[in-house]
Design a protein around this ligand. Structure first.
Ligand SMILES: *Cc1c(COP(=O)(O)O)cnc(C)c1O
Length: 219
């Protein structure tokens, strides 16, 4: 799909576009940058860091893939938003590394909404246990800005819709219970190339789109 058409469609709905540039060389990122895109998503630290180093410094780098605790230190100095916080241990490490570089790192809590076992994420009860802990409340270098989830990879649109709706409901419950007076808790990151329209209908505020913009990935 043409970048500007997609961008205009999403802008009209107040939905932010994260261009997922994993496996794409820097030149292809620059092509979109020159058309005005600033938010790019990567799923691997080893790929994001070298791209950050060579590309313009006003790019917002979004980490969207499973993150190992030993890699947090490499992204803490510059990452814009970590979408894939899926365990308390990881959040503690982000807090620790952010403190070292005197930053507050914005994060989303990733929830497991798909049927596939392979996908990562909190279950709601686990996230609640974390949010209620003293240890969580003591963290000063992370800011929870909302939730993220991936639907099952399927042609069944009803199932995808149900899963996105589940994520939206989790967001609403957490907002009411733990973030009622926290204006930055407002993001629902859901929707990819194959399901972004359903995600937007179900209340997405950020879509993460790769192949629809860049064409199919070879790897
Ligand atoms: C690769 C990836 C995307 C984008 O996938 P497309 O189908 O190419 O749009 C979105 N979110 C995550 C977490 C990904 O790993």
């Amino acid at each position: 799909m043409d970048y500007l058409t997609l961008k205009r469609t999403l802008d009209a709905k107040g939905v932010k576009l994260i261009a997922v540039s994993k496996t794409q060389p820097p030149q292809r990122i620059l092509n979109l940058y020159e058309q005005g895109q600033r938010a790019f998503g990567e799923n691997r630290v080893q790929e994001m860091v070298p791209k950050y180093e060579v590309l313009p410094k006003d790019i917002e780098w979004h980490l969207i893939g499973h993150l190992q605790t030993n890699k947090v230190k490499y992204v803490a100095p510059f990452v814009h938003l970590i979408h894939s916080v899926d365990r308390f241990k990881l959040l503690r490490e982000i807090d620790k590394q952010a403190q070292k570089v005197q930053r507050v790192v914005d994060c989303l809590l990733q929830f497991h909404i798909a049927q596939e076992e392979t996908k990562f994420g909190f279950h709601e009860a686990e996230a609640i246990a974390m949010l209620e802990s003293e240890e969580f409340r003591a963290l000063q270098h992370v800011r929870i800005c909302g939730v993220m989830g991936m639907a099952t990879f399927t042609d069944d649109h009803q199932q995808i819709r149900r899963e996105f709706r589940t994520l939206r409901q989790i967001f609403e419950r957490l907002k009411a219970q733990y973030f009622a007076h926290v204006p930055h808790f407002k993001e629902i990151s859901m929707g990819m190339s194959g399901d972004w329209e359903i995600a937007v209908e179900e209340g997405s505020t950020m879509v993460r789109i790769g192949s629809l913009l860049f064409g199919p990935r070879s790897t």
